[in-house]
Design a binder for this molecule. Structure first.
Ligand code: NAP
Length: 487
Protein backbone atom coordinates (compact mmCIF):
# COMPACT_ATOMS: atom_id res chain seq x y z
CA UNK A 1 0.00 0.00 0.00
CA UNK A 2 1.29 3.47 -0.88
CA UNK A 3 0.81 6.32 1.60
CA UNK A 4 0.50 9.84 0.23
CA UNK A 5 1.50 13.04 2.01
CA UNK A 6 1.93 16.51 0.58
CA UNK A 7 5.42 16.72 2.09
CA UNK A 8 7.81 13.98 3.12
CA UNK A 9 10.91 14.83 5.13
CA UNK A 10 13.82 12.42 5.44
CA UNK A 11 15.49 12.63 8.86
CA UNK A 12 14.41 13.67 12.35
CA UNK A 13 17.55 15.50 13.41
CA UNK A 14 17.69 19.26 13.98
CA UNK A 15 17.00 19.95 10.27
CA UNK A 16 13.97 17.66 9.96
CA UNK A 17 12.47 18.86 13.23
CA UNK A 18 12.92 22.51 12.26
CA UNK A 19 11.44 21.85 8.80
CA UNK A 20 8.33 20.23 10.24
CA UNK A 21 7.81 22.94 12.86
CA UNK A 22 8.00 25.76 10.35
CA UNK A 23 5.81 23.96 7.78
CA UNK A 24 3.10 23.39 10.36
CA UNK A 25 3.23 27.04 11.37
CA UNK A 26 2.70 27.89 7.68
CA UNK A 27 -0.40 25.63 7.65
CA UNK A 28 1.33 22.87 5.69
CA UNK A 29 0.23 20.08 8.01
CA UNK A 30 0.01 17.12 5.64
CA UNK A 31 3.56 16.00 6.30
CA UNK A 32 5.52 13.01 7.52
CA UNK A 33 9.09 12.61 8.76
CA UNK A 34 10.83 9.32 7.94
CA UNK A 35 13.65 8.61 10.39
CA UNK A 36 16.04 5.68 10.00
CA UNK A 37 16.93 5.32 13.68
CA UNK A 38 14.67 4.03 16.44
CA UNK A 39 14.62 7.48 18.05
CA UNK A 40 14.80 11.10 16.95
CA UNK A 41 17.99 13.17 17.15
CA UNK A 42 19.99 12.43 14.00
CA UNK A 43 23.68 12.98 14.61
CA UNK A 44 23.00 13.66 18.29
CA UNK A 45 21.42 10.22 18.57
CA UNK A 46 24.22 8.51 16.63
CA UNK A 47 27.09 10.17 18.48
CA UNK A 48 26.58 8.87 22.00
CA UNK A 49 30.27 8.14 22.65
CA UNK A 50 31.70 8.94 26.11
CA UNK A 51 32.37 12.67 26.42
CA UNK A 52 30.10 13.71 23.51
CA UNK A 53 29.17 17.37 23.80
CA UNK A 54 28.61 20.34 21.54
CA UNK A 55 31.57 22.48 20.51
CA UNK A 56 29.39 25.53 19.89
CA UNK A 57 27.77 27.23 22.89
CA UNK A 58 24.31 25.80 23.56
CA UNK A 59 22.63 29.18 23.79
CA UNK A 60 23.59 29.63 20.12
CA UNK A 61 23.32 25.96 19.20
CA UNK A 62 19.54 25.87 19.77
CA UNK A 63 16.58 27.12 17.76
CA UNK A 64 16.09 30.90 17.80
CA UNK A 65 12.36 30.33 18.27
CA UNK A 66 12.70 27.74 21.07
CA UNK A 67 15.13 29.12 23.64
CA UNK A 68 16.19 26.95 26.56
CA UNK A 69 17.08 29.10 29.57
CA UNK A 70 18.03 25.95 31.50
CA UNK A 71 21.15 24.80 29.60
CA UNK A 72 23.35 23.29 32.31
CA UNK A 73 26.70 24.22 30.72
CA UNK A 74 28.09 26.63 28.19
CA UNK A 75 28.57 23.64 25.86
CA UNK A 76 25.70 21.21 26.44
CA UNK A 77 26.42 17.48 26.68
CA UNK A 78 24.90 15.10 24.12
CA UNK A 79 22.15 13.74 26.42
CA UNK A 80 20.97 17.25 27.23
CA UNK A 81 20.89 18.20 23.54
CA UNK A 82 18.81 15.08 22.82
CA UNK A 83 16.41 16.03 25.63
CA UNK A 84 16.09 19.51 24.11
CA UNK A 85 15.25 17.98 20.73
CA UNK A 86 12.70 15.66 22.33
CA UNK A 87 11.19 18.65 24.09
CA UNK A 88 10.85 20.50 20.75
CA UNK A 89 9.18 17.46 19.14
CA UNK A 90 6.57 17.36 21.91
CA UNK A 91 6.16 21.12 22.36
CA UNK A 92 5.38 21.51 18.64
CA UNK A 93 3.22 18.39 18.45
CA UNK A 94 5.39 16.51 15.94
CA UNK A 95 5.51 13.09 17.60
CA UNK A 96 2.65 11.64 15.53
CA UNK A 97 4.21 12.90 12.29
CA UNK A 98 7.40 10.86 12.72
CA UNK A 99 7.86 7.28 11.50
CA UNK A 100 10.88 5.75 13.19
CA UNK A 101 12.96 2.92 11.72
CA UNK A 102 11.97 4.12 8.27
CA UNK A 103 15.10 4.69 6.23
CA UNK A 104 14.64 6.22 2.78
CA UNK A 105 16.23 3.90 0.22
CA UNK A 106 15.18 5.68 -2.96
CA UNK A 107 13.26 8.71 -4.20
CA UNK A 108 12.09 8.83 -7.82
CA UNK A 109 10.44 11.82 -9.47
CA UNK A 110 7.48 11.30 -11.81
CA UNK A 111 7.29 14.19 -14.27
CA UNK A 112 3.69 13.64 -15.38
CA UNK A 113 2.21 13.98 -11.90
CA UNK A 114 5.00 16.00 -10.26
CA UNK A 115 5.13 13.48 -7.42
CA UNK A 116 8.07 11.87 -5.68
CA UNK A 117 7.85 8.11 -5.14
CA UNK A 118 9.73 7.25 -2.01
CA UNK A 119 10.64 3.74 -0.90
CA UNK A 120 12.11 2.77 2.46
CA UNK A 121 14.57 -0.03 3.14
CA UNK A 122 11.77 -1.73 5.08
CA UNK A 123 9.60 -1.94 1.96
CA UNK A 124 7.12 0.88 2.65
CA UNK A 125 6.10 3.10 -0.28
CA UNK A 126 5.12 6.74 -0.14
CA UNK A 127 4.27 9.48 -2.60
CA UNK A 128 4.72 13.18 -1.92
CA UNK A 129 4.44 16.44 -3.86
CA UNK A 130 7.47 17.81 -2.04
CA UNK A 131 10.42 15.84 -0.76
CA UNK A 132 12.81 17.43 1.73
CA UNK A 133 16.06 15.66 2.50
CA UNK A 134 17.22 16.44 6.04
CA UNK A 135 19.51 13.44 6.20
CA UNK A 136 22.44 15.39 7.60
CA UNK A 137 25.98 16.12 6.52
CA UNK A 138 27.67 13.93 9.10
CA UNK A 139 25.52 10.84 9.37
CA UNK A 140 27.33 8.05 7.55
CA UNK A 141 30.56 6.91 9.22
CA UNK A 142 33.74 6.76 7.19
CA UNK A 143 35.36 3.38 7.80
CA UNK A 144 39.08 3.42 6.98
CA UNK A 145 40.31 1.03 4.30
CA UNK A 146 43.12 -0.35 6.48
CA UNK A 147 44.40 -3.75 5.27
CA UNK A 148 43.30 -6.59 7.52
CA UNK A 149 40.65 -4.58 9.38
CA UNK A 150 38.20 -7.50 9.13
CA UNK A 151 40.64 -9.92 10.73
CA UNK A 152 40.73 -8.21 14.12
CA UNK A 153 39.50 -10.68 16.74
CA UNK A 154 38.80 -8.10 19.47
CA UNK A 155 36.04 -5.53 19.60
CA UNK A 156 35.90 -2.75 16.98
CA UNK A 157 33.39 0.01 16.32
CA UNK A 158 33.09 3.52 14.91
CA UNK A 159 32.81 6.50 17.27
CA UNK A 160 29.34 7.26 15.86
CA UNK A 161 28.21 3.66 16.50
CA UNK A 162 29.47 3.30 20.07
CA UNK A 163 28.67 -0.12 21.49
CA UNK A 164 27.51 0.65 25.02
CA UNK A 165 27.19 -3.05 25.81
CA UNK A 166 30.98 -3.37 25.66
CA UNK A 167 32.75 -2.70 28.96
CA UNK A 168 36.03 -0.98 28.10
CA UNK A 169 37.15 -0.67 31.72
CA UNK A 170 40.64 -2.05 32.30
CA UNK A 171 41.01 -2.95 28.61
CA UNK A 172 43.77 -2.11 26.12
CA UNK A 173 42.23 0.38 23.71
CA UNK A 174 43.33 1.89 20.39
CA UNK A 175 41.74 5.11 19.14
CA UNK A 176 42.37 5.73 15.44
CA UNK A 177 41.96 9.40 14.50
CA UNK A 178 42.47 12.65 16.38
CA UNK A 179 39.60 14.84 15.15
CA UNK A 180 36.68 16.47 17.00
CA UNK A 181 35.23 13.12 18.14
CA UNK A 182 38.52 11.59 19.31
CA UNK A 183 39.51 14.58 21.41
CA UNK A 184 36.28 14.18 23.39
CA UNK A 185 36.49 10.38 23.68
CA UNK A 186 40.13 10.17 24.82
CA UNK A 187 39.80 12.28 28.02
CA UNK A 188 36.47 10.60 28.82
CA UNK A 189 37.87 7.05 28.81
CA UNK A 190 41.54 7.50 29.72
CA UNK A 191 41.18 6.90 33.45
CA UNK A 192 39.13 3.75 33.00
CA UNK A 193 41.21 1.86 30.47
CA UNK A 194 44.43 -0.03 31.18
CA UNK A 195 46.33 1.19 28.11
CA UNK A 196 45.37 3.71 25.44
CA UNK A 197 47.15 3.86 22.07
CA UNK A 198 46.24 7.00 20.13
CA UNK A 199 46.95 6.70 16.40
CA UNK A 200 47.41 10.18 14.98
CA UNK A 201 47.79 10.77 11.24
CA UNK A 202 47.55 14.58 11.28
CA UNK A 203 47.60 16.65 14.49
CA UNK A 204 44.80 19.17 15.01
CA UNK A 205 45.01 22.73 16.25
CA UNK A 206 43.38 22.78 19.69
CA UNK A 207 42.37 25.89 21.64
CA UNK A 208 41.02 26.10 25.21
CA UNK A 209 37.28 25.44 25.57
CA UNK A 210 35.57 28.20 27.57
CA UNK A 211 33.24 25.66 29.14
CA UNK A 212 31.73 25.81 32.60
CA UNK A 213 28.49 25.06 34.39
CA UNK A 214 25.87 27.79 34.07
CA UNK A 215 24.95 28.92 37.59
CA UNK A 216 21.42 28.61 38.98
CA UNK A 217 21.37 32.40 39.24
CA UNK A 218 22.08 32.81 35.50
CA UNK A 219 19.52 30.16 34.57
CA UNK A 220 16.87 31.88 36.70
CA UNK A 221 17.78 35.23 35.15
CA UNK A 222 17.46 33.81 31.60
CA UNK A 223 14.11 32.28 32.59
CA UNK A 224 12.66 35.51 33.99
CA UNK A 225 14.42 38.10 31.88
CA UNK A 226 14.23 36.73 28.33
CA UNK A 227 16.03 39.76 26.94
CA UNK A 228 19.16 38.92 28.99
CA UNK A 229 19.25 35.47 27.37
CA UNK A 230 18.64 37.01 23.96
CA UNK A 231 21.43 39.51 24.60
CA UNK A 232 23.79 36.69 25.51
CA UNK A 233 22.87 34.78 22.34
CA UNK A 234 23.40 37.96 20.33
CA UNK A 235 26.90 38.34 21.83
CA UNK A 236 27.76 34.73 21.03
CA UNK A 237 26.46 35.17 17.50
CA UNK A 238 28.73 38.14 16.73
CA UNK A 239 31.70 36.62 18.50
CA UNK A 240 31.47 33.65 16.12
CA UNK A 241 30.74 35.77 13.03
CA UNK A 242 33.98 37.67 13.52
CA UNK A 243 35.86 34.41 12.98
CA UNK A 244 34.48 34.16 9.46
CA UNK A 245 36.65 37.14 8.48
CA UNK A 246 39.72 35.02 9.14
CA UNK A 247 38.36 31.96 7.37
CA UNK A 248 37.35 33.56 4.10
CA UNK A 249 38.33 37.22 3.89
CA UNK A 250 41.83 37.33 5.31
CA UNK A 251 43.37 34.07 6.57
CA UNK A 252 46.12 36.23 8.08
CA UNK A 253 43.67 37.20 10.82
CA UNK A 254 43.64 33.58 11.94
CA UNK A 255 47.16 34.19 13.21
CA UNK A 256 45.58 35.37 16.46
CA UNK A 257 43.94 31.95 16.92
CA UNK A 258 47.24 30.39 15.88
CA UNK A 259 48.93 32.22 18.74
CA UNK A 260 46.26 31.10 21.22
CA UNK A 261 46.64 27.48 20.06
CA UNK A 262 50.45 27.64 20.13
CA UNK A 263 50.41 29.06 23.67
CA UNK A 264 47.87 26.39 24.70
CA UNK A 265 50.13 23.56 23.57
CA UNK A 266 53.27 25.22 25.01
CA UNK A 267 51.64 25.50 28.41
CA UNK A 268 49.89 22.15 28.38
CA UNK A 269 52.58 19.86 26.95
CA UNK A 270 55.98 19.91 28.66
CA UNK A 271 57.69 17.10 26.74
CA UNK A 272 59.25 18.68 23.60
CA UNK A 273 59.03 15.41 21.63
CA UNK A 274 55.32 15.01 22.31
CA UNK A 275 54.75 18.71 21.73
CA UNK A 276 56.39 18.45 18.32
CA UNK A 277 54.22 15.44 17.44
CA UNK A 278 51.08 17.34 18.41
CA UNK A 279 51.90 20.58 16.58
CA UNK A 280 50.26 20.85 13.13
CA UNK A 281 52.16 22.14 10.12
CA UNK A 282 49.12 23.58 8.30
CA UNK A 283 47.53 27.00 8.84
CA UNK A 284 45.07 27.03 11.74
CA UNK A 285 41.48 26.88 10.48
CA UNK A 286 42.29 24.73 7.42
CA UNK A 287 40.81 21.80 9.33
CA UNK A 288 38.22 22.38 12.01
CA UNK A 289 39.66 24.18 15.07
CA UNK A 290 39.12 21.94 18.07
CA UNK A 291 38.21 23.06 21.58
CA UNK A 292 39.40 21.14 24.62
CA UNK A 293 40.92 21.66 28.05
CA UNK A 294 41.45 18.00 28.87
CA UNK A 295 42.82 16.50 25.63
CA UNK A 296 46.48 17.41 26.15
CA UNK A 297 46.45 16.41 29.86
CA UNK A 298 44.89 13.07 28.86
CA UNK A 299 47.61 12.37 26.29
CA UNK A 300 50.27 12.84 28.98
CA UNK A 301 48.90 10.20 31.35
CA UNK A 302 51.20 7.25 32.01
CA UNK A 303 48.89 4.72 30.31
CA UNK A 304 48.76 6.67 27.00
CA UNK A 305 51.01 6.59 23.92
CA UNK A 306 50.63 8.82 20.89
CA UNK A 307 51.63 6.83 17.81
CA UNK A 308 52.45 8.86 14.73
CA UNK A 309 53.97 6.16 12.53
CA UNK A 310 51.43 5.30 9.85
CA UNK A 311 49.24 2.26 10.26
CA UNK A 312 50.26 -0.54 7.89
CA UNK A 313 47.64 -3.10 8.91
CA UNK A 314 45.18 -4.30 11.47
CA UNK A 315 45.66 -7.97 12.32
CA UNK A 316 43.91 -10.40 14.62
CA UNK A 317 45.50 -9.01 17.79
CA UNK A 318 45.85 -5.32 17.09
CA UNK A 319 47.42 -2.57 15.00
CA UNK A 320 50.76 -2.70 13.20
CA UNK A 321 52.57 0.44 12.06
CA UNK A 322 54.91 0.96 9.10
CA UNK A 323 57.99 0.76 11.33
CA UNK A 324 56.98 -2.82 12.19
CA UNK A 325 55.78 -2.10 15.75
CA UNK A 326 52.77 -4.13 16.91
CA UNK A 327 50.17 -2.72 19.32
CA UNK A 328 48.01 -5.50 20.75
CA UNK A 329 44.64 -4.23 21.97
CA UNK A 330 41.21 -5.48 23.07
CA UNK A 331 39.19 -2.64 21.51
CA UNK A 332 39.68 -0.44 18.45
CA UNK A 333 37.67 2.79 18.25
CA UNK A 334 37.50 4.18 14.72
CA UNK A 335 37.22 7.93 15.32
CA UNK A 336 37.74 8.37 11.59
CA UNK A 337 34.96 10.80 10.72
CA UNK A 338 32.15 10.78 8.20
CA UNK A 339 31.45 10.55 4.49
CA UNK A 340 30.69 14.24 4.28
CA UNK A 341 31.87 15.28 0.84
CA UNK A 342 31.23 12.14 -1.23
CA UNK A 343 27.84 10.90 -0.15
CA UNK A 344 25.68 13.93 0.52
CA UNK A 345 22.28 12.25 0.23
CA UNK A 346 21.97 8.84 1.83
CA UNK A 347 19.63 7.36 -0.78
CA UNK A 348 19.25 6.92 -4.51
CA UNK A 349 17.51 9.96 -6.02
CA UNK A 350 16.27 10.01 -9.60
CA UNK A 351 15.00 13.28 -11.06
CA UNK A 352 13.74 14.42 -14.47
CA UNK A 353 14.32 11.82 -17.19
CA UNK A 354 15.44 9.30 -14.55
CA UNK A 355 18.69 11.20 -13.98
CA UNK A 356 20.61 9.95 -10.98
CA UNK A 357 21.74 12.54 -8.42
CA UNK A 358 25.08 10.78 -7.92
CA UNK A 359 25.67 11.06 -11.65
CA UNK A 360 24.64 14.74 -11.66
CA UNK A 361 27.18 15.25 -8.87
CA UNK A 362 30.03 13.21 -10.36
CA UNK A 363 32.24 16.34 -10.44
CA UNK A 364 31.23 17.37 -6.92
CA UNK A 365 27.89 18.06 -5.28
CA UNK A 366 26.29 21.41 -6.01
CA UNK A 367 22.95 23.07 -5.49
CA UNK A 368 21.42 26.53 -5.58
CA UNK A 369 21.70 28.06 -2.10
CA UNK A 370 22.60 24.56 -0.96
CA UNK A 371 18.90 23.79 -1.24
CA UNK A 372 17.61 23.01 -4.75
CA UNK A 373 19.21 21.05 -7.60
CA UNK A 374 18.46 21.53 -11.28
CA UNK A 375 16.72 18.45 -12.69
CA UNK A 376 15.35 17.42 -9.29
CA UNK A 377 12.07 19.34 -9.09
CA UNK A 378 10.07 19.66 -5.88
CA UNK A 379 13.05 18.38 -3.95
CA UNK A 380 14.83 20.38 -1.27
CA UNK A 381 17.99 19.73 0.72
CA UNK A 382 18.59 21.08 4.20
CA UNK A 383 22.32 21.10 5.05
CA UNK A 384 22.92 20.55 1.32
CA UNK A 385 26.17 21.30 -0.54
CA UNK A 386 28.21 24.25 0.77
CA UNK A 387 26.00 25.11 3.71
CA UNK A 388 28.32 23.82 6.44
CA UNK A 389 30.18 26.16 8.77
CA UNK A 390 33.66 26.23 10.19
CA UNK A 391 32.87 29.01 12.65
CA UNK A 392 29.35 28.97 14.08
CA UNK A 393 26.11 27.13 14.81
CA UNK A 394 24.65 25.01 12.00
CA UNK A 395 21.21 25.76 13.35
CA UNK A 396 21.51 29.29 11.94
CA UNK A 397 21.94 27.85 8.45
CA UNK A 398 19.20 25.27 8.98
CA UNK A 399 16.68 27.93 10.02
CA UNK A 400 17.57 30.07 6.99
CA UNK A 401 17.16 27.17 4.55
CA UNK A 402 13.92 26.05 6.17
CA UNK A 403 12.43 29.55 5.84
CA UNK A 404 13.33 29.58 2.14
CA UNK A 405 11.80 26.14 1.53
CA UNK A 406 8.55 27.10 3.26
CA UNK A 407 8.24 30.08 0.90
CA UNK A 408 8.98 27.90 -2.13
CA UNK A 409 6.26 25.44 -1.16
CA UNK A 410 3.79 28.26 -0.52
CA UNK A 411 4.54 29.72 -3.98
CA UNK A 412 4.05 26.33 -5.62
CA UNK A 413 0.73 25.95 -3.83
CA UNK A 414 -0.44 29.42 -4.88
CA UNK A 415 0.41 28.68 -8.51
CA UNK A 416 -1.07 25.16 -8.31
CA UNK A 417 2.22 24.17 -9.90
CA UNK A 418 2.98 20.57 -10.78
CA UNK A 419 6.58 21.32 -10.03
CA UNK A 420 9.31 23.92 -9.69
CA UNK A 421 12.82 23.32 -10.98
CA UNK A 422 15.74 25.65 -10.32
CA UNK A 423 17.16 27.01 -13.59
CA UNK A 424 20.42 25.44 -14.71
CA UNK A 425 22.19 28.73 -15.40
CA UNK A 426 21.12 30.12 -12.01
CA UNK A 427 22.65 27.13 -10.25
CA UNK A 428 25.82 27.25 -12.37
CA UNK A 429 26.42 30.96 -11.86
CA UNK A 430 25.78 30.67 -8.12
CA UNK A 431 28.33 27.86 -7.83
CA UNK A 432 30.90 29.58 -10.02
CA UNK A 433 30.91 32.58 -7.65
CA UNK A 434 30.84 30.36 -4.59
CA UNK A 435 33.87 28.32 -5.69
CA UNK A 436 35.66 31.54 -6.58
CA UNK A 437 35.13 32.84 -3.03
CA UNK A 438 36.20 29.50 -1.58
CA UNK A 439 39.43 29.55 -3.55
CA UNK A 440 40.65 32.43 -1.33
CA UNK A 441 39.70 30.68 1.90
CA UNK A 442 42.01 29.04 4.41
CA UNK A 443 40.27 25.71 3.69
CA UNK A 444 41.74 25.68 0.18
CA UNK A 445 45.00 27.53 0.77
CA UNK A 446 45.92 26.42 4.30
CA UNK A 447 48.02 23.39 3.31
CA UNK A 448 45.76 20.55 4.45
CA UNK A 449 43.25 18.06 3.11
CA UNK A 450 40.05 17.83 5.13
CA UNK A 451 36.59 16.28 5.06
CA UNK A 452 35.41 19.64 3.69
CA UNK A 453 36.82 18.60 0.28
CA UNK A 454 35.89 15.76 -2.05
CA UNK A 455 38.48 13.43 -3.56
CA UNK A 456 39.31 16.03 -6.25
CA UNK A 457 39.99 18.68 -3.61
CA UNK A 458 36.79 20.63 -4.36
CA UNK A 459 35.17 22.09 -1.27
CA UNK A 460 31.55 20.92 -1.47
CA UNK A 461 30.65 21.29 2.18
CA UNK A 462 31.34 24.78 3.52
CA UNK A 463 29.63 28.13 3.11
CA UNK A 464 32.31 30.71 2.34
CA UNK A 465 31.24 33.57 4.51
CA UNK A 466 29.13 35.06 7.23
CA UNK A 467 25.87 33.41 8.26
CA UNK A 468 24.07 36.74 7.87
CA UNK A 469 25.02 36.78 4.17
CA UNK A 470 23.41 33.36 3.74
CA UNK A 471 20.37 34.49 5.72
CA UNK A 472 20.02 37.52 3.44
CA UNK A 473 20.32 35.36 0.31
CA UNK A 474 17.63 32.96 1.52
CA UNK A 475 15.28 35.49 3.14
CA UNK A 476 13.13 36.05 0.06
CA UNK A 477 12.32 33.26 -2.33
CA UNK A 478 12.63 34.52 -5.91
CA UNK A 479 10.29 32.58 -8.24
CA UNK A 480 12.15 33.89 -11.31
CA UNK A 481 15.09 31.64 -10.48
CA UNK A 482 12.88 28.64 -11.18
CA UNK A 483 11.09 27.02 -14.11
CA UNK A 484 7.47 26.30 -13.29
CA UNK A 485 5.38 23.46 -14.66
CA UNK A 486 1.69 24.17 -14.37
CA UNK A 487 -1.24 22.19 -15.72
P1 NAP B 1 37.29 14.05 11.52
O1 NAP B 1 37.40 15.41 12.04
O2 NAP B 1 37.12 13.83 10.07
O3 NAP B 1 38.54 13.25 12.08
C1 NAP B 1 38.84 11.97 11.62
C2 NAP B 1 40.19 11.59 12.15
O4 NAP B 1 40.49 10.28 11.71
C3 NAP B 1 41.31 12.49 11.62
O5 NAP B 1 42.26 12.66 12.62
C4 NAP B 1 41.85 11.67 10.44
O6 NAP B 1 43.17 11.98 10.12
C5 NAP B 1 41.74 10.29 11.02
N1 NAP B 1 41.69 9.25 10.01
C6 NAP B 1 40.76 9.09 9.04
N2 NAP B 1 41.05 8.00 8.30
C7 NAP B 1 42.19 7.49 8.80
C8 NAP B 1 43.01 6.37 8.47
N3 NAP B 1 42.70 5.59 7.44
N4 NAP B 1 44.11 6.14 9.21
C9 NAP B 1 44.43 6.94 10.24
N5 NAP B 1 43.71 8.01 10.62
C10 NAP B 1 42.60 8.27 9.90
O7 NAP B 1 36.06 13.25 12.21
P2 NAP B 1 35.34 13.52 13.59
O8 NAP B 1 36.34 13.70 14.66
O9 NAP B 1 34.32 12.49 13.79
O10 NAP B 1 34.66 14.93 13.37
C11 NAP B 1 33.94 15.20 12.16
C12 NAP B 1 33.15 16.47 12.32
O11 NAP B 1 32.04 16.20 13.14
C13 NAP B 1 33.88 17.59 13.02
O12 NAP B 1 34.72 18.33 12.20
C14 NAP B 1 32.71 18.41 13.53
O13 NAP B 1 32.19 19.23 12.51
C15 NAP B 1 31.72 17.33 13.88
N6 NAP B 1 31.81 17.00 15.30
C16 NAP B 1 31.32 17.89 16.19
C17 NAP B 1 31.41 17.61 17.51
C18 NAP B 1 30.85 18.55 18.49
O14 NAP B 1 30.19 19.49 18.23
N7 NAP B 1 31.09 18.30 19.69
C19 NAP B 1 32.02 16.46 17.97
C20 NAP B 1 32.50 15.56 17.04
C21 NAP B 1 32.40 15.84 15.71
P3 NAP B 1 43.50 13.12 9.01
O15 NAP B 1 43.28 14.43 9.68
O16 NAP B 1 44.91 12.86 8.63
O17 NAP B 1 42.55 12.89 7.85
Amino acid sequence: MTTHREIIIAGAGFAGICMAIRLREAHCTDLLILERNSAIGGTWYDNSYPGAACDVESHLYSFSFAPNPAWSRQFGPQQEILRYMDHCVDAYGLRDSIRLQSEVASATFEERTGLWHIATTGGQDYTARFFVSCSGGLSDPSYPAIPGIDTFSGHIFHSARWDHSYDYRDKRVAVIGTGASAIQIIPAIVDRVRKLEVFQRTPAWVIPKPDKAISSFRKAMYERLGFMRALYRWRLYWQHELMAIGFVVNPGLLRLFGKVAARHIRRAVQDPVLRKKLTPSYVIGCKRILLSNDYYPALQKSNVSVVTDGISEINSTGVRTVDGAQYDVDLIVLATGFQAAENITRFVAKGLGGRDLTEAWQHGAEAYLGTTVNGFPNMFLVVGPNTGLGHSSMLLMIEAQVGYIVQAIQQARQRSAIYLNVKKDVQQEYNRKLQDELSHSVWQSGGCHSWYQNKDGKNVTLWPGFTFTFMKRTKHFDPDQYDWATS
